[in-house]
Design a protein around this ligand. Sequence first.
Ligand SMILES: NC(=O)c1ccc[n+]([C@@H]2O[C@H](COP(=O)([O-])OP(=O)(O)OC[C@H]3O[C@@H](n4cnc5c(N)ncnc54)[C@H](OP(=O)(O)O)[C@@H]3O)[C@@H](O)[C@H]2O)c1
Length: 286
Amino acid sequence: MQKLALGLYNVPRDQVKVVIDAGLGAGLRHFDFASFYDNEAECGAALRSWLSAGHSRSELFVTTKVWTTDLGDPAAAVRSAEISIAELGLGAVDLVMVHWPMPGKHVSAYLALEELVRSGKARALGISNYSPADYEELMKSASIAPIVNTFENNPLLYRKEWCDFFQDRGVVVQAYKPLQRGGPVLSCEPVQAISERCGRSPAQVCLRWNLEKGNAVVFKSLTPSRIQENVDVFDFSLSAEEVAALDALTTEEVRAEAQSHWEQRRSGTDAPWGPGLRPEKRTLEA
Ligand SMILES: NC(=O)c1ccc[n+]([C@@H]2O[C@H](COP(=O)([O-])OP(=O)(O)OC[C@H]3O[C@@H](n4cnc5c(N)ncnc54)[C@H](OP(=O)(O)O)[C@@H]3O)[C@@H](O)[C@H]2O)c1
């Protein structure tokens, strides 16, 4: 699994191919998809087109996720993952994640998804937005341990306790929203100062901050030049003092906001297709 992944959330269907081609051209082979992103058929088509030019499926690492509207019963969770796998059309997916740990539902959904690994439809399972307590609850009954937990982590929302907890247990931490969706983290003074010192962009500084912690990172961009910029983060480093300066930016207020957003999301949110189960099939639009 490459440390850096390209995420396809908020990528309109008609821009998926340009974005994925830019990622592949920049050397990315790790892609983060989800039923919730409502563009998996286009994502699969873009990757299949690349494979048809002589590349091997084993070069790619592809993730999908099961949304909260499909966690209500275990069969619905499996059905959702199977639709994603079929729409992607890449054979077995490398990773299936439970997108949010809905209380009372996520464990039975995860246990049902284990069957996908046993039957060879998925190579591994992961978790997304799991707190340490959710993970401990899951591990009381899971037979197949999750290899990754992905959650928001950037210098303005440093979840140190979660990073340390999962790293200590050998679960890869994958930081999402590493650029805070292009938010204030890119313009805040400490990031700007480090950016000037090392001659790298604020986005590169933020990505590097997560990498310095040993985290994997998933970012999104619709802009090919930014995708290349975001991949060019392996030839410089931040000093311990710079990492510590960025570590100190997270305020209690931001933590409280993040906690409230997290509680709300894990209680369930309608998907783009509405409050019910994922539609059986969505065909590619012309
Ligand atoms: N598991 C989960 O619950 C979950 C939740 C959220 C996200 N994710 C995953 O994580 C991925 C990334 O997170 P995200 O999309 O929320 O946020 P993000 O990667 O932090 O930010 C994306 C935004 O940053 C801008 N950007 C990208 N590169 C830039 C650069 N070099 N300089 C300036 N701005 C730049 C992009 O603009 P342009 O597109 O205009 O270039 C876009 O608006 C998602 O696509 C998804 O795969 C997972």
